[in-house]
Design a protein around this ligand. Sequence first.
Ligand code: MG
Ligand code: MG
Length: 253
Amino acid sequence: MITIKSKREIELLRTAGEIVAKTHQVLKEYIKPGVSTHQLNNIAHDFIISQGAIPSFKDYNGFPGSICASINEVVVHGIPSKKQVLKEGDIIAIDIGACYKGYHGDSGWSYAVGTISDEDKKLLEVTEQSLYEGIKMVKPGNRISDISHAIESYIKPFGYGIVEDFTGHGIGRDLHEDPAIPNFGKPHEGPILKEGMVICIEPMVNIGTKRIRILKDNWTTITQDKKKSAHFEHQVAVTNDGYDILTVVSNKE
Ligand code: MG
Ligand code: MG
């Protein structure tokens, strides 16, 4: 069931989203060679708590971390670990969720560790832009797959693999709500967007094959060919005439 959020609920989701965006800003400064994903996890955890929120991912279906930290060929759901230390030339996708007064914020972003190759830079740029191409389709009357199609159409010419096993989603009191938002597909299908819906759009894009494999820890998702993968995600409210990105830091302060 797709829920429509009230103005009050959207403001709570905006606060949750802003906490997530601020956590990304804090973490970004620490993404350097020599830092472990365990350290990043703890910095994010403490910051989220300091903002009066709770890390949404901690213990979600048994997930052990407070963030997901997915290095290089890890697509999503990387478990933070002391053994995972960032190296020059890595790329890392950090996914962060924060629950504020019962409402969730969720945003993922991929970062370069030091200097990265041109090939990896391009992957990050194209995946980030595909997110915004999807967001541009958010307005009342459009359908969910208009978002999906815009993402796929933008990525296709680059020849990358678009992950099909995971999708974007609605969000609110639950971290994952209806509808699912695939990152590929024909336009004009699926539920119609309405004012008050809040959704997460999150393309996951691989340099090589779209195919993935889940490791024995039941979380870590890697590309089958071990080529690199990027992930970008924003949480967006449908407004009366378009969209409002909630996982950003507002200029009010
Ligand atoms: Mg999400
Ligand atoms: Mg996420």
